[in-house]
Design a protein around this ligand. Sequence first.
Ligand code: UDP
Ligand code: MG
Length: 224
Amino acid sequence: MSATEGKTTRVFDKSKVTVIFVLGGPGAGKGTQCANLVNDFGFCHLSAGDLLRAEQNREGSEYGEMIRTYIKEGQIVPMEVTIKLLENAMKATVAESRSGEGWADGKGRFLIDGFPRKMDQAVKFDDEVCESSLVLFFTTTEEEMSKRLLKRGETSGREDDNEESIKKRFHVYKEQTMPVIEHYTKLHKVASIDATATIEEVHQKAKAVVEEVFSGQASGNVTA
Ligand code: UDP
Ligand code: MG
């Protein structure tokens, strides 16, 4: 038996649950575009960063301080924690909302935002939780991302939307997340979308790509 055949124990079957990863540098607009795609397609939107921040603030969490430190330093929280949070959130959606958000045509639909940011997370999630169908990859310049993050920092209250943390996040993005994009490019699963344009222009491109996934026409890497 091959290693792949041995892995019969994924939590969710790809034929019943569609997982689309959403990647791009910090400030590229992942969260904004995910909200638009939720409206279009009824996805359940799970932001790994938001789940980590919620866990950080959960009373009694044994991981709170650890998460705070990693986020401030722009580092990637050990994958076991993040994957467990995602898996639990997915299970809750599947159990509760078979007719509501995150469910359409008898199948689950998940947009997983800001994940996987590191190769170990990508491999473990695909092997053990659910094999992803597509990576939406939003690209723009570092200058633009930095501008957006500093603007967001005026009101976000996020401990990492400041110049020092932003620098660290860009570094980690290049060192650890770009290899993830290369990995999925080899698997022909990446749709690169230029996120420099207006929110609505970017939205229309992303929508067209996702439509292809659900109509069964998705074919290899695309650039929009
Ligand atoms: N993070 C992590 N693992 C993940 C996703 C996020 O450790 O899988 C941490 C990491 O420190 C990151 C921070 O959460 O810098 C903020 O992530 P988020 O996706 O919220 O930031 P965004 O890219 O949306 O600005
Ligand atoms: Mg975000």
